[in-house]
Design a protein around this ligand. Structure first.
Ligand code: NAD
Length: 256
């Protein structure tokens, strides 16, 4: 047998922002791959996890829904403590939670900038730091960040968003280097525009939708399910020698 496994049997996976969109699809895919899951969501939206937990349990895996408010360090520590205590360990972290405030660069306020950076970059960093400390006591682990193709290219009305995602792409390299000795792989997935609650208003605008489609050589908008294969792959034993990498799931956008 030469083909390495893409299964996640007996692994515990923490997924941030798992109540909707890409995070929800990743949690279900991880359960399909055999993992027990800790889907996390903002405290005010914890009931958004009901359906994903039901689906995880229907697949025969354990689901532990937990509140998480990035980048609050007390909230991160409380989540990591409870996940470790109740599930025994954290093997895989999927840093999926993220926000966007689309606005022309000239109109971006300090509050807009800080909000996007706080969740997408600061929150992701401290979430990774806290989870990595646990992984180190357990022989290693895998961290998969959800950045965006907008981490390697620019797009209109996304000054803070593109900057935050570019930060994630390079942070991935630093953490991969620093934590390699601890057998923690750190990689990133960079999706193109995917139809989720985050992008619904973008796709509702016919001009924007046409512009996006014209830039995707494969000629269609992505669905959350298009992203999960890359995430499960990078979380699996098949990616044991891959670290510091950003895998684009962009329909060919950046190949042009
Ligand atoms: N949809 C796209 O086109 C697209 C493309 C590339 C990358 N991404 C990235 O994928 C990730 C998921 O996006 P999505 O489209 O599924 O969006 P979404 O809005 O459907 O899901 C994001 C989730 O993150 C949670 N969240 C938001 N702020 C949080 C905070 N402060 N603390 C904890 N959780 C928080 C939300 O409640 C939500 O459940 C994001 O990081 C996004 O930037 C999305």
């Amino acid at each position: 047998m030469v083909l390495p496994s893409m299964r996640l049997d007996e692994k515990v996976v923490v997924i941030t922002g798992a109540g909707s969109g890409i995070g929800k699809a990743v949690a279900i895919a991880a359960a399909e791959a055999g993992a027990d899951c800790v889907p996390c969501e903002l405290p005010g939206k914890i009931s958004d996890l009901d359906d994903v937990c039901w689906q995880i349990e229907n697949l025969g895996q354990r689901a532990l829904p937990l509140p998480l408010s990035l980048p609050d360090l007390d909230s991160i520590d409380a989540m990591v403590d409870q996940a470790s205590k109740e599930m025994g360990r954290i093997d895989i972290l999927v840093n999926n939670a993220g926000i966007n405030i689309p606005r022309d660069a000239l109109e971006v306020s300090e509050e807009d900038w800080d909000s996007v950076m706080d969740v997408n970059l600061k929150g992701l960093f401290f979430m990774s730091q806290r989870a990595a400390r646990r992984m180190m006591t357990n022989g290693g682990g895998k961290i998969v960040n959800i950045a965006s193709q907008n981490g390697v290219i620019g797009y209109y009305k996304r000054a803070a968003y593109c900057s935050s995602k570019a930060g994630v792409v390079n942070l991935t390299r630093v953490l991969a280097l620093e934590w390699a000795d601890h057998q923690i792989n750190v990689n990133t997935v960079g999706p193109t525009f995917i139809l989720t609650p985050l992008t619904q208003s973008t796709f509702d605008d016919p001009v924007l939708r046409e512009d996006l489609l014209s830039r995707i050589p494969l000629g269609r908008v992505g669905q959350p399910e298009d992203v999960v294969g890359a995430v499960v792959f990078l979380a699996s034993p098949a990616a044991d020698l891959i670290t510091g990498h950003t895998l684009l799931v962009d329909g060919g956008w950046t190949a042009v």
